[in-house]
Design a protein around this ligand. Structure first.
Ligand SMILES: *Cc1c(COP(=O)(O)O)cnc(C)c1O
Length: 340
């Protein structure tokens, strides 16, 4: 039986669900892994994750389609991205097929927590891995835990989508040849001060620049960015210190193959910002969040799409991708992972 939850008014926060998946790595190999009802983790005070932040994560959603199935969107790409995060952080790789198996197990076990179709809510899945044995000299841990928990989350935007304001911060997110391209908790730890500062000053998010030249746009703390030109070209910044968003990659495909729009992945300079007609953030949580204003020191750039609603092209991209996700439009081969 579905949980007695007011799905339409859920926020974006942690709610403990019944089952999570746990697998342990020891003596050079992963155990079989299993579902657990225990939401608590006990580990040594000197665990690698606690001392040197050896941890990475993923984020994806399970949801109910228009015809009542439960599915996930492109979990194979999350599995792959976690492999590259683990490799960069000297952590053991969790096999991609086992990752998807674990996703399926967690969703099935928490079926009662999967929000019904049409509520805007989804079951957010958080796979992650961390070094669990004691480490004090700086080196990778020898033992690791891989987990996936699930938590129901509400529509990212309650009461409609309002364009947000970005500011270009004095802080940088990622160093050249650093870890900006992997989903490491450490990237978030060091972004917290910048986001609190942005919020204190009335901005919604930080638009980070490349730290080498501070002349090119990268992304926000947790979402990639797309722009629309006056000629309706969908442009997204190219840089190897940007996290490869699955939503962004999917949107570019949708733009080309469903909407017949031209796309460009290229360097985007700060001076160009005033020339775009639309701008939006993209990521799993909100799919697309329209941007109405960008503040760069004393310069205010107002996107022509305005501050009341999504731009026309952004809206088309949003509608098409979300229709694909819920099964109203046929998905490209392999995008929808059927669970039940
Ligand atoms: C997770 C994340 C994104 C969004 O990626 P999706 O795969 O679309 O959810 C964008 N930027 C950063 C820094 C992220 O950590």
């Amino acid at each position: 039986m579905k949980k007695n939850i007011d799905w339409k008014n859920l926020g974006f926060g942690y709610i403990k669900t019944d089952y999570r998946y746990v697998s342990n790595y020891k003596d050079g190999k992963w155990d079989g892994g299993e579902l657990s009802t225990d939401s608590e983790i006990r580990m040594n005070e000197s665990a690698g994750v606690l001392q040197y932040a050896q941890t990475c994560f993923e984020g994806l959603k399970a949801y109910t389609t228009v015809d009542g199935h439960v599915v996930c969107f492109r979990p194979d790409l999350n599995a792959k991205r976690m492999v590259s995060s683990c490799q960069r952080l000297e952590m053991p790789v969790y096999p991609e097929d086992k990752f998807i198996e674990a996703v399926v197990k967690v969703v099935k076990a928490n079926f009662d927590w999967v929000p019904p179709y049409g509520t805007g809510a989804t079951l957010y899945l958080r796979p992650y891995m961390f070094g669990s044995n004691p480490v004090i000299g700086v080196k990778p841990a020898d033992e690791y835990q891989f987990r996936i928990f699930a938590t129901p989350v509400g529509p990212y935007f309650k009461g409609g989508v309002k364009p947000i304001t970005l500011r270009v911060p004095d802080f940088d997110r990622a160093a050249p040849r650093g870890t900006g391209h992997v989903k490491a908790g450490l990237n978030y730890a060091m972004s917290l001060h910048a986001i609190v500062d942005a919020h204190n000053k009335g901005y919604n998010e930080n638009m980070y620049l490349d730290s080498a030249t501070r002349s090119k746009v990268e992304e926000t703390g947790g979402a990639n960015i797309i722009f629309i030109t006056q000629d309706n070209v969908v442009v997204t910044p190219k840089s190897n210190t940007i996290l490869p968003s699955i939503t962004r990659r999917s949107l570019l495909y949708v733009a080309e193959h469903y909407l017949g729009l031209k796309t460009e992945e290229r360097e985007v300079y700060v001076e160009e910002l005033k020339d775009f007609t639309e701008c939006a953030l993209c990521g799993t949580a909100a799919v697309l969040s329209p941007v109405g204003e960008i503040v760069n020191n004393n310069e205010h750039i107002y996107l022509p799409s305005g501050k009341d609603r999504m731009g026309v092209v952004t809206q088309k991209l949003y509608d098409t991708l979300t229709d694909i996700q819920v099964g109203k439009l046929e998905a490209p081969e392999g995008w929808i992972k059927f669970i039940m």
